[in-house]
Design a binder for this molecule. Sequence first.
Ligand SMILES: [Zn+2]
Length: 332
Amino acid sequence: MVFGAASFVLGLIVGSFLNVVIHRVPYGTFFSAGRRSHCPHCDVAIAWYDNLPLISWLVLCGKGRCCGQKISARYPAVEVLTGIAFFLIALRHESSLFSGASIDSTRAAWSLFDFWLVGSLIAASAIDIQHRILPDVINFIGIGVGFVAALVVPEAHAGGWLASTAELQPSGLALLNASLGCVLGAGSLYLVGVLGKVVYRTEAMGLGDVKFMAFTGAFIGPDGVLTALLVACVVGAVVGLISTIRTGDPLIPFGPFLAIGVLVGRFWRDDMGRILTEEWPRWVQGSRWGLPVMGGMSLLSLGALFLLRRRRRRRDHDESNFPPAADGQADS
Ligand SMILES: [Zn+2]
């Protein structure tokens, strides 16, 4: 319980830091804007006791002490989301983390790398929702951390397709798995982009998505990448369809769906593999609904490709018509 609670609090603190990342990185002012946080409305420096994760937002009832303007609910939302995510990661590793009174250092490092991956996914998704970009700095640092993780915790890459086909040392397997995940992640999204270009004769995919999958692929390997792409396309197509019907606007950022897919690829890869290769084929053969559902899912995948195209075109449109906003206007 203490360990879980500590992870949740750590998540709140990291989430508070992620808010700074989300707020500053798209404008390239992460370091130049100074260490202190400022009110986005009146630019007054925020005191430390008004800048506590979640607590300050609750105490201040979501309004700034300086000027009384509303503080975006995004701040506590990102903090609580990160807190819950860290709590769940801690729960997952808890059983093998403590051996008696001592802590298993490999498992501890493994938890930290999972914290890093999930924190990056949350920041990248929030930035993609707000700005329609997946920033290079998260992607490139992520690729580096992903390979370090493969070196330090090769256990995270155990199992999967590569382990069953090649006789390798754990460290070699982990490095190869990370490299293949990196290349397959970037390559497959690049291919979707090229395909979209041929089919629709317009730019279909941003390079941000390609680099994002290179980063996450280094963490989850080729099996994870395939799982992630499948989940991202299906969930993205369903949500995109609903949002199109509700708002008439098929514009959705694809990053958050890739992030959901990466989560499944990281934490439920084996379950997904079992469902896709064993339970799903058995169900399709044994049920009269098998073929219609397969057809529906093919249509959904085509729909996902269409949504990708729309997203890219709208983004170009936005960039050509509106100059980038100055720092501090992110929430207006
Ligand atoms: Zn203010």
